[in-house]
Ligand binder design. Sequence first.
Ligand code: ZN
Length: 228
Amino acid sequence: MSKYGFVKIERDFIQSIPDANEPIVHHDTSLPQTELARKVLQFAKSQLSTPILNHSLRVYLYSKAIIKDQFPDWNLDEEVIFVTALLHDLGTTDENLKATKMSFEYFGAIKARELVLKETNGDQDYADAVCEAIIRHQDLNDKGYITQLGLIIQISTVLDNAGFDSVSSLIHSDTLKVVNERYNRDNWLKCFAGVVQKENVLKPWGHTSSLGVEEFPANVLKNPLHYT
Ligand code: ZN
């Protein structure tokens, strides 16, 4: 097993979790306290708006809960999940959206890779794991495989943004409530739909368009899930 999640797993949520366990309630909202975790949190706070920072922290806490419930034998390191969750939307800051003609996921992933390499004194597996998961976090194709880290970041971001049944059944509704009370949603869906629309205007060739230029922001705005 790999603490960075370099284990092949089906990308499709149904295929990767054919028999979902009944989720239990998790109350723990603590964050990793390693030196690297604290540094990346500081960095994320300096770069991300509060709604995007709170979304990223919810993605970390969902991921931790869903792994406990659905993938108890995984060896994925919590700090690695935390760092990836915090940096997965780094490409959406105004500065980064305008700094490149590349899709936001790819540009943010490259910046995240550079940061992790620097802060870990060149741990390439760590940096590659974070980068790969961020590049693929909106790659919702139904065929092929992904890393464990990539899968859990996809599940948790889809859960926070679109609230589809295929992912909301993987977590207990009280865990959702605990996480969303700790890091509140404010106007999250509007904020995220706005980021998606901005990306599609600035980079109409970009990866986000593969989710449907009209359809994806519309799906986000009609997210049916009650989080609190
Ligand atoms: Zn996100």
